[in-house]
Design a protein around this ligand. Structure first.
Ligand code: GLU
Length: 215
């Protein structure tokens, strides 16, 4: 279980996300990635790399900007360290983005159920099962879909979720994997480790197991 950092507000968040990941580098990881959405331009960019945060920075050029973002460092549990297996993962309809720390223990059962509904998988991870499970429950509310999906999951998770049709929120939830929400002025954050957000705010809420935050 490695690092998660998230941001929603009205400033460009790329340097905050990268800096937040650097602060949890000491925990170890094999790959890293970010997704950022520029709400005004309605533009979403996803960047991933194998290796160090420095390698991620090489693919995150100055054109990568956004005021909503999720970032992740991965320590592979399901699937080798690779760009395809690194997070964020995206649902089949390309609308839901997920970063995940932890292990979905019943992912094989869930995968079979989703394959029977026509879902395709492009990585070897348990995480990609979860993002598509969320899509399968989605009607018009990402928090409702996340809640329904998590009720089906056995295992551990700290997650950050973003739906491109609901640009005013990101979702965080946890079970057995740490996650805290930071409250700022006109912007909010979440992270798996307080060191990732301590520079921004000391007004924080630690999520308990089975709690979800709509940020
Ligand atoms: N189980 C997930 C994977 O293998 C998440 C690993 C992690 O916590 O970094 O991709």
């Amino acid at each position: 279980m490695c690092g998660i950092v998230g941001y929603i507000g009205n400033k460009d968040c790329v340097s905050f996300l990268i800096d937040g990941l650097k602060r949890v580098e000491y925990r170890g990881y094999d790959s890293a990635g970010i997704v950022v959405c520029d709400e005004k331009l309605d533009k979403l960019q996803i960047k991933k790399s194998l290796g160090k945060i420095l390698d991620l920075e090489k693919v995150v050029d100055s054109s990568v900007k956004g005021n909503i973002g999720l970032a992740h460092t991965r320590w592979a549990t399901h699937g080798e360290p690779s760009v395809d297996n690194s997070h964020p993962h995206v649902s089949n309809n390309k609308k839901i983005y997920l970063v995940h720390n932890g292990i979905i223990e019943n992912y094989i059962t869930l995968k079979k159920q989703l394959e029977a509904k026509g879902y395709k998988f492009y990585s070897e991870t348990d995480t990609e099962i979860l993002v598509n499970l969320i899509e399968s429950f989605y009607t018009d509310s990402i928090e409702v879909a996340v809640n329904k999906a998590l009720l089906e999951v056995q295992g551990t998770y700290g997650i950050g979720v973003y739906h491109t049709d609901e640009k005013d929120k990101i979702i965080a939830a946890r079970l057995g994997s740490p996650l805290l929400v930071g409250i700022g002025k006109d912007e909010n954050y979440f992270a798996s480790d307080p060191s990732s957000i301590v520079k921004k705010t000391d007004d924080v809420v630690y999520l308990d197991d089975k709690e979800m935050a709509i940020i």
